[in-house]
Design a protein around this ligand. Structure first.
Ligand code: SF4
Ligand code: SF4
Length: 407
């Protein structure tokens, strides 16, 4: 359980990955020995022709380039910057009032905001085509396990609403919807209500005690169509209140995205906490700040993003990036799977409206035609089928295998 709010904003060094899942080529813009400012472009990374800057998150000296594990479980080049702790930043003007869409996009790029994340879903924002909806999750950072930090929302309600509005303008979106929990405390709901009322942002209240997989269900309702894994394909930008605040900071305050607000949880730690962390900080430093792992923890299970569909990483040597909203580390446990009792729970909950139990069966029997017939490709990999299974079967893994078989 999260019991504390902590900050870790002055690491001695930051390690910034030069590439990521989609941008696989990078060209450094600095050399060893160069002095850099917060927000300075230290490399450009490329996804085809699309160029994205990698920005310095501290001021100081470039001391090297190192290969390390990244948060996607790949060994990639990182740029190393020794923090002079002076926090000297490039100058970016504060943009007030109405801001043109092109200027907002330019500012987000300049501030290193090219990807938004929520609940284990990572979306590249290129704004290449207009969006229908901006959908902001103010409820979970890891459904159905970890709720968002309502204090953060309450304190930043105006900035969050303005950030959503700026995203809406930048994307020429028709609509923006903020999803809140019916059981949020009154003060948080009131703060969000006041902040959104004159901005044309709809507020959708959900009953978290009843709905599982609500994000896909609600998004589906809003667009009225089957959703792909990447919601941006359905012209939906799905993100969090933290991302909306980062957008506000970049545009209104002229602040590059250098910090990340995230949840660190799991039974391997002595303490679980919400953190403000400097992007590029090695995760092991946060572990030390939390007092380390429990002595009896031998093998670690480290998970980044949603438990249902995030990524398992091999070890804890990755560094914090802007796209990490939660990290869970637990002691290793072998889940013993039982046989399928054909209860149908997985079929009932599937937000994509497909039949995971039947797909698993077809995969077990290797019947390709049946796998195709069951629309397996519609699976959005939310993991809810595994979550509800009383026999602890990793149904999602069977569906993934089936997808690969016919893909
Ligand atoms: S992971 Fe399971 S529940 Fe989720 S969409 Fe795929 S089959 Fe359906
Ligand atoms: S939830 Fe589990 S036990 Fe029930 S039908 Fe699906 S796979 Fe079988």
């Amino acid at each position: 359980m999260i019991t504390e709010n902590r900050i870790y904003l002055t690491p001695d060094k930051v390690f910034l990955p030069l590439t990521d899942k989609t941008s696989k080529i990078a060209v450094p813009q600095v050399e060893i020995g160069d002095k850099v400012l917060v927000g300075q472009v230290v490399a450009h990374k490329y996804n085809g022709k699309q160029q994205t800057p990698v920005i310095a998150t501290v001021s100081g000296e470039v001391t090297g380039f190192e290969q390390r594990l990244d948060r996607f479980n790949k060994i990639v080049d990182h740029i190393v910057i020794e923090n002079d702790k002076l926090n000297q930043s490039i100058d970016l003007t504060k943009l007030d009032g109405d801001v043109a869409p092109a200027l907002i996009r330019e500012r987000l790029q300049a501030c290193g905001i090219h990807q938004v994340t929520v609940d284990g879903i990572y979306t590249d924002i290129t704004f290449e085509r207009p969006l229908k909806h901006i959908l902001i999750n103010a409820v979970y950072i890891n459904e159905p396990f970890v709720s968002t930090d309502y204090d953060f929302i309450k304190q930043n309600a105006e900035a969050i609403a303005d950030g959503i509005d700026l995203l809406k303008v930048a994307a020429h979106a028709e609509k923006a919807t903020l999803i809140v929990d019916k059981y949020m405390d009154y003060d948080t709901l009131e703060a969000l209500g006041k902040a959104t009322v004159d901005k044309g942002i709809d507020v959708a209240e959900i009953n978290t005690k009843k709905i599982k997989g609500w994000d896909y269900h609600i998004a589906k309702k809003l667009v009225g169509e089957v959703l792909s894994i990447d919601l941006i394909d359905n012209q939906i930008l799905y993100t969090s209140t933290v991302a909306a605040k980062m957008v506000y900071d970049a545009v209104r305050e002229g602040k590059p995205a250098t910090n990340r607000h995230l949840a660190i949880t799991g039974d391997a730690f002595l303490i679980n906490a919400m953190y403000d962390v400097k992007i590029g900080t090695p995760f092991t430093e946060i572990v030390d700040d939390l007092g380390g792992y429990h002595d009896e923890t031998e093998e670690l299970n480290c998970h980044i993003g949603s438990f249902l569909s995030g990524e398992q990483v091999d070890n804890d040597s990755f560094t914090i990036t802007a796209s990490i909203d939660n990290i869970n580390v637990s002691g290793f446990r072998e889940e013993v799977e039982d046989v399928c009792i054909k209860c149908g729970e997985c079929n009932d909950i599937c937000p994509a409206g497909i039949l995971p139990q039947n797909i698993m069966d077809a995969e077990l029997r290797a019947v390709n035609s049946r796998i195709v017939e069951l629309n397996t490709d519609r699976c959005v990999e939310c993991g809810l089928c595994s979550y509800v299974c009383p026999s602890k079967i990793n149904v999602l893994e069977w569906v993934r295998r089936a997808k690969r078989r016919v893909g």
